[in-house]
Ligand binder design. Structure first.
Ligand SMILES: Nc1ncnc2c1ncn2[C@@H]1O[C@H](COP(=O)(O)OP(=O)(O)O)[C@@H](O)[C@H]1O
Ligand SMILES: [Mg+2]
Length: 258
């Protein structure tokens, strides 16, 4: 994992805020899921969302996309209040892209057909489209499964396909919901390297969530720890690991990063 950290390029950080949540609350039925959640993501920053299963990480992503509606609070993209903007406008105007925790691909299409389908939605120019698809195929090592239907590839290959589809249109803000789930160690490293490359080369802002702290903290600049619908700690990976409250409710006393 130390290899990954060498790739982090701090000097790329700029202070332009691309995404901001301001006191966002959300209920399912009468149950409060998110309670006054506020955070910012700057350009070319990788932010990690950590917390146990069921704490509301996926709900935050769905609210940012407007797949679920917040109950109170505001969402800003590039400083513009987007709280009432529909999903397609958030995506097209603000180059927001989302890789959901489950699915994110067409089950009955082949790997190549899946990549082509999203590329055709986003990229008009044919040669550019083909070169983008080729780049993703090379980056993710899809050559040998191009003509296999998504439903027949392994769980890890499906996760990689969903991530490849989410980045094919060069988003400025990318939301990755548990990208490491179902992946083997080498694939986790590959996704971590892709995240760091997208950050440093494309200046992409990325929010990545996971319930597993070790994989997540390896390649984030800043992280947030959630408990009971609230943010209980935020800061650099080392800051949150040292945070007394985060240790008592989430990490446990034994947790170390290296
Ligand atoms: N559509 C829904 N209806 C009712 N409750 C839901 C719905 N979706 C999620 N929940 C509940 O909201 C809470 C947060 O879910 P989620 O955001 O998926 O958590 P996480 O991604 O952190 O595991 C959980 O208790 C979950 O059961
Ligand atoms: Mg989730």
């Amino acid at each position: 994992m130390a290899v990954i950290k060498k790739f982090r390029i701090k000097s790329f950080k700029e202070q332009e805020t691309l995404l901001q949540l301001d006191k966002v609350s959300m209920f399912y039925d009468n149950r409060r899921i998110l309670n006054d959640i506020s955070f910012k993501v700057n350009r070319s920053e990788v932010l990690g969302l950590l917390g146990p299963n069921g704490v509301g990480k996926s709900t935050i992503f769905k609210i940012i996309m407007n797949i679920e509606q917040l109950k109170s609070g505001k969402i800003f993209l590039k400083g513009i209040d987007c709280t009432n903007l529909p999903i397609h406008e958030r995506s097209s105007r603000f180059h927001l892209s989302y890789c959901p925790q489950y699915g994110g691909y067409f089950y009955d299409l082949t790997v190549l057909e899946n990549l082509t389908a999203v590329a055709e939605i986003h990229i008009n120019e044919k040669n550019l489209r083909i070169s983008k698809i080729d780049k993703i195929i090379g980056q993710f090592g899809f050559d040998s499964i191009l003509n296999v239907k998504a439903k027949n590839v392994s769980g890890g290959e499906r996760r990689k396909l969903a991530i490849g589809m989410a980045i094919i249109n060069d988003p400025e803000i990318l939301l990755l919901d548990e990208p490491y789930a179902a992946l083997d160690i080498l694939s986790i490293k590959m996704i971590q390297e892709i995240i760091i490359n997208l950050q440093s080369m494309e200046k992409m802002s990325i929010i990545v969530c996971d319930h597993n702290a070790r994989d997540l903290l390896t390649c984030v600049d800043r992280a947030i720890v959630m408990s009971n619908g609230k943010i209980i700690a935020s800061g650099s990976p080392q800051d949150i690991i040292n945070d007394t409250q985060a240790r008592s409710v989430y990490f446990g006393d034994e947790f170390k990063i290296n």
